[in-house]
Design a protein around this ligand. Structure first.
Ligand code: ADP
Length: 640
C-alpha cells in the first residue's frame, strides 16, 4: 500500500520535499558562502585598514605605493608621497583623554580625505601619522595637495561640543627625484616632515642633506638645491605667504648645524623671520656663522662677492676667508662673543685672486634658547659708493678752495680800495667846508656829489667784502636796546641829504610810542635802513615820492619804505634776497648795483629775529616792510 501511495503520491511529494531540501541546502550554502566571503572580506579589510579611522593602513599603503612605482617606472611618470604628522597631538590626548583623542583622529581623517582626489590614497600609519599617495603628481602638484590638506585642517574639529584646532606638518618626497624605491621615498618624506615640524613651516619638500636638485612648489622661488620650507603655518593652520628661497636655505643650514630641539627651532624661526627681508635681498651677501665663527651658509651673492663657491666657504672661519688670517676681534666674531649686533662701514674683504673690495656689513647674533649659536653677516661691496664719495669730496674741496679764494680776493681788494677812498672822502669834505665859506654854490654841489658818490662806493666795497663772510659764517651782532624812531629819522636825514629832490621824512602812524624800543645792533640796523632807503630812491625813476612809515603792530615795530618806481617782476621777487641777484628791469635800466644789499639786509634782520618782506608790482612800485620784535614784548625794559 505504502508503495502504492508512494507510487501514487510520493514522487511529487518527495520531489517537492527534495526540492525544498535542496533549495534550503542551496540557500544555506549560499548564505554560508556569502557569510564566509563577508568574513573573509572583513578579515582582509581588517588586515589592510586602520580600525579607528577605517583608512588604509601601512601595509595596504606600502602595497599601493609599490604598485604605483611599478606603473610609474613603466610609464616614465612621477609619484608623490606625503607624510603628515599632527602637531602637539599628544598634548590633546593628555588634556582630554584617549577617547577624545580617538574622536579627534577620526574627524581629522574625514577632513583630510575630503581634501583629496578619488584616486589618491590616504592612510593612517599609526598614532597621529598619516600618509598620502598621489599617483602621477610632481613636487608642484604635491605642494598644492599639501596646502589643500593644511587648509582642510583649518576647519575646527568638535570635541564635546567645543571646537578643537589641529595643525600638521607635511613632508613631501617624489619619485624619481628623491628616491628609486618605496623605502627610500618613505625615508625622505619622513625627513622632510621632520624639517617642516622643526621650522613649523607647514610642509617641506625632501632633498635636504642629499644635495639633490628638484623642482620647487609653485611660488616658492628658485631651486636652492636644498629643502624647501614653504608656507609657514599661521595660528589658524592656514598657510601664509612663503618666505624667500634664501631664508629657507639659511633655515636648513642652521638646522643642520645642530638646532634640533623644538624650542630652539621656534626661536630660530622668529630670528629668521626677522632677518628674512635682509636675507632675501639679492644684492647683498649673506653668510651664517656657527658659534666658532665658521661659515655654515653662504648665499649666491656672498659667493660672487667673496669670489668662492659655497663649498669652498663652508666650515672655514670667517676671518680667515675675508682677511686671509685670524682677526679675533673682527665684528662678526665680536657679535657672537658679545651677543650684540655689530656694524662696520669701512672694511676690506680679500678675494682669492689677491684683490680686495671695500665692504660694509652688519653682523647680528643668532640667539636660540637664550644662547648665541652663531651670527648672520649681511654685507655688500661699497667700492662704487667709496669712489663716488671720494669724487664728491674732491669736488667739494675744489669748490671750497674757490670760495675761500673769492673771499680772500674780495677782502684784499676791498681793503686796497677803502684806503684811497677814505682819503678821497676826507679831501672832499675839507673842500666842502672851504667852499661853504667861499659861497660858491656850483662848487658846493659838485663837491657834495663827490662826497655822496664816495660814500656809496664805500658801501659797495663793504658789501663786497662782507657777503662771502655772511654766506660762510653768518653774522655776529652787538645788540643793545635802541630807540628805533631816532635811528630811522637820522638815517632818513642822511640819505635825504644825498637825494634832496625826494623830501624824505618819516611818518609815525597809529599812535606809535615816542621812541619804539627794539634790541638791535645799531650799525647793522642802520645798514638795513640805508639799503632800503637808497634802493627806494635809486629805483624810483621819475616819480620822486618815497613814503616812510613807522608803526607798532602788536608786539612788533614795523618800518615800511614804499616807492612808486620800477617795481620788481613777480617771478624775481623771492630771488632778489639772494646774493648777487638783480631783477631784469634793474639791469636793463642801467641802475648800478651788485645785488648784495638785500641779501645782507635780510641776514641782519634774520639775526634780529625780525622779518623783511616785499610787496611789489612791476612798473608801479615796491614796499619793503621791516618788522622787529618790540623790546617790551620781549620782556625787557628799555635802557637795560
Ligand atoms: P642792488 O645793489 O642791485 O640794488 P639789492 O640787493 O639791494 O642790490 O637789491 C637787489 C635787487 O632787488 C636789485 O638789483 C633790484 O633789482 C631789486 N630791488 C631792490 N629794491 C628795489 C626797489 N625799491 N624797487 C625796485 N627794485 C628793487
Amino acid at each position: 500500500m505504502g508503495e502504492d501511495r508512494r507510487e501514487g503520491t510520493a514522487p511529487t511529494a518527495d520531489l517537492l520535499l527534495v526540492n525544498e531540501r535542496l533549495l534550503l541546502a542551496d540557500l544555506r550554502e549560499r548564505e554560508l558562502a556569502e557569510d564566509a566571503r563577508r568574513l573573509a572580506a572583513a578579515l582582509e579589510h581588517r588586515a589592510l585598514h586602520d580600525a579607528l579611522t577605517d583608512l588604509p593602513n601601512r601595509m595596504l599603503f606600502t602595497d599601493r605605493l609599490e604598485q604605483a612605482l611599478v606603473d610609474a617606472r613603466r610609464e616614465g611618470a612621477t609619484v608623490a608621497l606625503l607624510f603628515l604628522d599632527l602637531d602637539r597631538f599628544k598634548a590633546v590626548n593628555d588634556r582630554l583623554g584617549h577617547q577624545a583623542g580617538d574622536l579627534l583622529l577620526r574627524q581629522v581623517a574625514a577632513h583630510l580625505r575630503g581634501a583629496l582626489r578619488e584616486a589618491d590614497t590616504l592612510a593612517r600609519l599609526y598614532g597621529d601619522e598619516f600618509a598620502v599617495l598621489l599617483p602621477g603628481d610632481d613636487a608642484n602638484a604635491a605642494a598644492g595637495a599639501a596646502r589643500a590638506l593644511l587648509r582642510a585642517l583649518a576647519a575646527p574639529c568638535l570635541l564635546q561640543g567645543q571646537p578643537e584646532y589641529v595643525e600638521a606638518s607635511i613632508g613631501i618626497a617624489v619619485y624619481p627625484a628623491h628616491g628609486a624605491d618605496a623605502a627610500a621615498l618613505l625615508r625622505q618624506a619622513d625627513a622632510a616632515m621632520y624639517l617642516a615640524k622643526r621650522t613649523r613651516g607647514g610642509y617641506a619638500v625632501a632633498g635636504f642633506g642629499e644635495g639633490q636638485r628638484h623642482p620647487h612648489p609653485a611660488g616658492t622661488g628658485p631651486d636652492s638645491g636644498t629643502a624647501a620650507v614653504a608656507g609657514p603655518t599661521s595660528a589658524g593652520g592656514a598657510p601664509v605667504a612663503p618666505v624667500g628661497a634664501e631664508l629657507r636655505a639659511v633655515n636648513e643650514r642652521l638646522l643642520l648645524a645642530g638646532l634640533r630641539e623644538q624650542e630652539l627651532a621656534d626661536q630660530l624661526r622668529h630670528q629668521l623671520a626677522f632677518t628674512g627681508a635682509i636675507v632675501g635681498n639679492l644684492g647683498e651677501g649673506v653668510c651664517a656663522l656657527d658659534r666658532a665663527g665658521r661659515i655654515s651658509f653662504a648665499n649666491p651673492a656672498a659667493e660672487r662677492l667673496l669670489g668662492r663657491a659655497e663649498a669652498a666657504l663652508l666650515e672655514r672661519r670667517w676671518d680667515e676667508v675675508v682677511y686671509g688670517g685670524r682677526v679675533d676681534d673682527c665684528p662678526p666674531l665680536a657679535a657672537i662673543r658679545a651677543g650684540a649686533t655689530m656694524h662696520a662701514d669701512d672694511d676690506r674683504f680679500a678675494r682669492p685672486d689677491g684683490g680686495s673690495f671695500a665692504a660694509a656689513y652688519t653682523a647680528a647674533p643668532i640667539v636660540a634658547a637664550d644662547a648665541v649659536v652663531g651670527a648672520a653677516v649681511v654685507f655688500r661691496d661699497i667700492t662704487e659708493r667709496r669712489r663716488a664719495e671720494a669724487e664728491r669730496a674732491a669736488l667739494t674741496a675744489r669748490v671750497e678752495a674757490a670760495l675761500a679764494f673769492r673771499t680772500r680776493f674780495l677782502s684784499i681788494t676791498a681793503h686796497e680800495l677803502r684806503s684811497p677812498l677814505t682819503a678821497l672822502k676826507g679831501y672832499a669834505q675839507l673842500l666842502l667846508r672851504q667852499a661853504r665859506d667861499g659861497g660858491d654854490d656850483r662848487l658846493l654841489r659838485s663837491l657834495a656829489r663827490i662826497d655822496a658818490q664816495a660814500g656809496r662806493m664805500a658801501r659797495l666795497i663793504d658789501d663786497l667784502a662782507e657777503a662771502p663772510r655772511i654766506e660762510s659764517d653768518g653774522l655776529t651782532l652787538d645788540a643793545h636796546p635802541l630807540a628805533l624812531r631816532a635811528l630811522l629819522e637820522e638815517t632818513v636825514a642822511e640819505v635825504g641829504a644825498t637825494a634832496p629832490e625826494f623830501a624824505l621824512r618819516v611818518r609815525v602812524e597809529g599812535g606809535a610810542a615816542a621812541a619804539v624800543w627794539v634790541r638791535a645792533d645799531r650799525a647793522r640796523l642802520q645798514q638795513v635802513l640805508t639799503n632800503l632807503l637808497t634802493n627806494a630812491v635809486k629805483y624810483s625813476g621819475a616819480r620822486r615820492e618815497v613814503a616812510i612809515t613807522l608803526r607798532q603792530d602788536g608786539a612788533r615795530a614795523l618800518v615800511a619804505v614804499a616807492d612808486h618806481g620800477i617795481g620788481i617782476p613777480a617771478a624775481q621777487q623771492a630771488a632778489v634776497f639772494e646774493p648777487y641777484v638783480r631783477a631784469a628791469n634793474a639791469t636793463a635800466g642801467n641802475y648800478g648795483g651788485l645785488g648784495l644789499g638785500l641779501f645782507i639786509s635780510k641776514a641782519i634782520v634774520d639775526r634780529h629775529e625780525g622779518t623783511l618782506t616785499l610787496v611789489s608790482e612791476e612798473g608801479r612800485g615796491s614796499t619793503f616792510t621791516l618788522a622787529l620784535p618790540l623790546l617790551a614784548a620781549a620782556g625787557e625794559a628799555p635802557g637795560r
